[in-house]
Write a protein that binds this ligand. Structure first.
Ligand SMILES: [Mg+2]
Length: 378
């Protein structure tokens, strides 16, 4: 395929595949226990025979997301040139006349990733090179996560990641606060001083509770405190930043750059964590990461319980952004990775906390469409 082909390539069809799986091992956070999780895989076909794939974050009700993608977005895409990504993004955004956010932006994310996959295949280049490239062949990652539980459970979780050679490990914290503070100290002792530890609270705390947990984190040299408060409480984050010496991390709940702008521009956050399958895809996530770079805030991609397309798109972004800290690396088996592309969990591909960057055109991922059919919600 030569570059001249991009001049007249057209989108012929778009299919949104709602997928669900029962997790082999539940994820336990301050929100509760996830034993089942969903995504939507977006397939975009073109008249050049090139197919692009994307992923939408759709933890629940994936059929509703698929319906939104096919009824709201598909009519804006069929017949258009898939390499006009910025124009198509603006057109999709206009499917909603109100403020940005919610399911529509997660839907746009899946489509946008698929468009970048097509662009890479047309150009015969990996996406991280199309983004400008930093010459990286691998990117730093961290183990996610030591799930919340009693001491023996959390010790086993921690040991698993230490055995895999992760130099950076994330721990889930929840309530009660005193118990969280004690476990923060307990896990630090067990991990030793050479391992970088951070925590994720998934909005578990009030401001005063977060201040108390923050003291334990500072005393035990944790490198970030993720989502201590609900994401809308920007004034709360600013006050916590004044009262907590441990750097703050957030952003997985943001849909657009606008929603990240205040806490990045005033440097309340030290780390911004957009999820490419939620934050409007590669196009908008790149804007957020570059805005952060301009404010000396580091970028740490969120992956959560997503599939291989989200993970791979995040690796490309991590490879191309100047301010990468480390990307989340899931450590458990997931059919959204193993079945769809035959890929092992990131934890088995990383070495010393570094994940290899794909070299093939576009995302560099081959999808097993029979597996997609098997995982599809009927
Ligand atoms: Mg988180």
């Amino acid at each position: 395929m030569t570059n001249t082909a991009s001049a007249d390539i057209r989108i012929t069809d778009l299919i949104a595949h709602p997928l669900t799986q029962t997790l082999p091992r539940p994820t336990v956070t301050s929100w509760g226990t996830y034993s089942e999780v969903s995504i939507v895989l977006v397939e975009i076909r073109t008249d050049a025979g090139i197919v692009g794939v994307g992923e939408t974050l759709a933890r629940f009700a994936p059929k509703a997301y698929a319906e939104a993608i096919e009824t709201l977005l598909k009519p804006r895409l069929v017949g258009q040139n898939p390499t006009d990504i910025s124009a198509l993004w603006r057109s999709m955004r206009r499917a909603l006349s109100g403020r940005s956010g919610g399911m529509l932006f997660e839907a746009i994310a899946g489509v946008d990733i698929a468009l970048w996959d097509i662009l890479g295949k047309v150009a015969n280049m990996p996406i991280h090179r199309l983004l400008g490239g930093m010459g990286r062949t691998e990117v730093p990652c961290y183990a996610a996560s030591v799930n919340w539980g009693d001491d023996p459970f959390m010790e086993r979780e921690l040991d698993r990641y230490l055995e895999k050679g992760f130099p950076r490990i994330k721990v889930k914290v929840a309530n009660p606060v005193k118990e969280a503070c004690r476990r923060i100290g307990h896990l630090r002792k067990r991990a030793g001083d050479d391992i970088d530890l951070c925590v994720d609270a998934n909005w578990a705390y009030s401001l005063e509770e977060a201040v108390e947990v923050g003291r334990a984190l500072t005393d035990n040299n944790y490198f970030w405190f993720e989502e201590p408060l609900r994401p809308e409480d920007e004034a709360g984050y600013e006050e916590l930043h004044r009262r907590c010496a441990t750097p703050l991390a957030a952003g997985e709940s943001n849909y657009t750059l606008d929603q990240a702008m205040r806490l990045v521009s005033n440097r309340t956050l030290s780390y911004i964590q957009p999820d490419v399958a939620r934050s409007g895809g590669i196009t908008e996530t790149r804007r957020m990461a570059e805005f952060a770079a301009a404010h000396d805030v580091q970028y740490a991609p969120h992956i959560g319980m997503s599939g291989i397309i989200c993970e791979t798109a995040s690796v490309h972004l991590a490879a191309a952004m100047p301010n990468i800290k480390a990307m989340e690396c899931e450590t458990d088996e997931s059919a959204f990775k193993t079945a769809i592309t035959g890929t092992t969990p990131g934890a088995d591909r990383q070495k010393n906390g570094m994940l290899p960057v794909p070299t093939g055109p576009g995302l560099g991922v081959e999808v097993d469409w029979d597996a997609v059919k098997r995982l599809r919600v009927q």
